[in-house]
Write a protein that binds this ligand. Structure first.
Ligand code: GLN
Length: 497
């Protein structure tokens, strides 16, 4: 009949509502696509076939009873493994939590399920979301569906790869410094980091609590808009003190166009060292396209953005150090046995439970928060944070949105960036938004002429103007085409009966 990967989330839900196929058929097709493709891609850590089929059976029963169906009825969903789903393990791709069974469900996951999504499984990531390549997973690497020798980006690499491989139509990721937008860029899918506070973080394992934000991946802008509706429509989550009411319909203005909109470009960012020429040219083409569609492209400055990476690698590790202190092998996590005393048990459990990067971040955080050092770095980073936030506020007095690269280059090969500071530069264009808190979206722009791999642009808007981001993204999608499923994966398993 059709291949599951030829349908968007919107089309799957419409097909289920119209009775063209059942949710159970969709679940089976998605599980089959995972079966046939994931041996090569390695996006999944855990497939929750029973939960997916049960959710599908409930939807089919509702339809048979003539009940109204939710907006994402029957849409296969992959969930980053730092989000709790009761009945699954939530490992954060760490030995520390290798056997941790969720006892409750994160609000973001629950809302996607309430909107009708089928939980196909939990997907790979960099351990505790530290990284930009998913190579820091304690379990296995994930391969970029466009070129299996390359990384999918990170830390939400499994979420991006599962969507790019056509195994699922939607996925959830988290973004502390770029972990949704950079892998979306590497895998050629749409990825959105909403404004801080737009989506509840309750039940998501914390990395940097002032930076973390949950968001969706999809192959079309409309699918991402539908997911945003599911995540925000029920209102603020009383279980997350930073969550805010965000009462907009993200689908409502998708096709409004960009006529009369002022779009900023930042010359210093377009000339940055390390920006691949093919990415720069793609972003320039996107600017020209928005202009052709009636937007006014204006140069703006963000003078303190060069401090963003340094500030992030102070604030992020400092917050991570305090958030990860609970994984001591006593209250949670991997437990070393036969120890002389509790202190030794905790020390050895942490030494053996955490991988290299997780240890590096925590040691850095402990150092940065120690007396004498705290004033010098943490305080300076907070000042930089204020300056970066003000830079954006000033720029948004002149423009409605800013267009910039999402990642400085296309996907790199496994093992290519072995120096952590080189890896940290992958986040050049994404980190400042987590620092300032406003939303951003990575939009695919086809393939780069040098690498033949997906290239993308990022759009950035003022806080809580996330709906507008989708309008710009849609304008680019119309011009550059919706994200295709990676050719090597397309239609390998996953036929709808
Ligand atoms: N790559 C960045 C880091 O390593 C961002 C990670 C994230 O957003 N979770 O910290």
């Amino acid at each position: 009949m059709a291949w599951i990967d030829s349908l968007s989330a919107a089309q799957i839900a419409a097909g289920v509502v119209a009775g063209e196929f059942g949710a159970t058929e969709v679940a089976r097709a998605s599980l089959d696509a995972v079966e046939c493709r994931d041996a090569e891609v390695g996006a999944f850590l855990q497939v929750s076939a029973d939960a997916a089929l049960e959710a599908a059976a409930r939807i089919d029963a509702s339809r048979a009873a003539g009940d109204p169906l939710p907006p994402l009825a029957g849409v296969p969903l992959a969930i980053k493994d730092n989000m709790n789903l009761a009945g699954t393990r939530t490992t954060c791709a760490s030995q520390m939590l290798a056997s941790y069974e969720s006892v409750y469900t994160a609000t973001c996951v629950q809302r996607m399920l309430d909107a009708g999504c089928l939980p196909i499984g939990k997907v790979n990531m960099d351990e505790f979301a530290f990284g930009s390549s998913t190579e820091n997973s304690a379990f296995h690497p994930t391969n970029n569906p466009w070129d299996l020798e390359r990384v999918p980006g990170g830390s939400s690499g499994g979420s991006a790869a599962a969507v790019a491989a056509g195994e699922v139509a939607l996925s959830l990721g988290s973004d502390t410094g770029g972990s949704i937008r950079q892998p979306a860029s590497f895998c050629g899918v749409v990825g959105m980091k909403p404004t801080y506070g737009a989506v509840s973080r309750y039940g998501v394992v914390a990395f940097g609590s002032s930076l973390d934000q949950v968001g969706p991946f999809g192959r079309t802008v409309e699918d991402v808009a539908l997911a945003m509706n599911a995540l925000t429509a029920p209102g603020r989550d009383p279980l997350d003190g930073t969550s805010q009411e965000f009462a907009v319909d993200f689908c409502e203005h998708l096709d409004d166009g960009v006529t009369g909109r002022r779009v900023g470009v930042v010359p210093a960012l377009m000339e940055a060292e390390g920006l691949a020429p093919e990415v720069r040219r793609a972003v320039e083409r996107a600017a020209a396209q928005l202009e052709q569609q009636g937007a006014q492209v204006v140069e703006v400055e963000l003078p303190h953005l060069d401090a963003a990476i340094a500030a992030y690698y102070v604030i992020g590790p400092a917050e991570a150090f305090s958030n990860l202190a609970r994984f001591d092998g006593i209250r949670y996590g991997y437990q070393e046995e036969d120890c002389a005393n509790l202190a030794q048990q905790s020390a050895l459990s942490r030494a053996h439970g955490f991988g290299r990067e997780a240890k590096r971040r925590q040691m850095l955080g402990a150092y940065l928060l120690s007396s004498g050092v705290y004033d010098k770095y943490y305080y300076a980073a907070q000042k930089a944070r204020t300056m970066i936030t003000r830079d954006y506020a000033r720029a948004f007095e002149q423009v409605d949105a800013i267009l910039m690269p999402a990642a400085p280059r296309t996907a790199f090969k496994h093992g290519e960036l072995s120096d952590p500071t080189q890896m940290y530069l992958s986040d050049l264009y994404t980190i400042s938004l987590n620092i300032a808190g406003n939303g951003g979206i990575s939009v695919p722009l086809g393939l780069g002429e040098d690498s033949g791999l997906p290239v993308s642009a990022q759009l950035v808007a003022p806080a809580f103007h996330d709906r507008e981001l989708l309008t710009y993204a849609r304008a680019l999608e119309v011009a550059f085409g919706a994200a295709p499923v990676a050719p090597a994966c397309a239609q390998k398993g996953g036929e709808l009966a």
